[in-house]
Unconditional design. Structure first.
Length: 89
């Protein structure tokens, strides 16, 4: 049996799913679609954090990379992220 591959989703509160039920997040929706195609082939890891911009998401990915070992990394950029990065730096 092949090893489960992981997809790491990065971004802010939209990626995290702030204000929606766990089964309504981007990660959960993507996981459901993938399970229909290949039930044990993929796991979607939600790495979204409220208020994070691109730089913070990158640092977060670096911290968890070895534990998650993603095959694919997806960063969701939202319009307010332009302001988050300068505030962080």
């Amino acid at each position: 049996m092949p090893e489960t591959q992981r997809i790491l989703l990065l971004g802010d509160s939209y990626t995290l799913g702030h204000g929606v039920n766990d089964d309504e997040t981007l990660a959960a929706q993507r996981q459901d679609i993938l399970r229909q195609e290949e039930p044990d082939g993929w796991e979607v890891v939600n790495g979204g954090v409220s208020g994070f911009g691109a730089m913070q998401s990158r640092m977060s990915a670096q911290r968890i990379w070895d534990d998650v070992e993603p095959r694919i990394e997806i960063y969701s950029h939202c319009g307010n992220d332009f302001g988050d990065d300068p505030r962080f730096s």
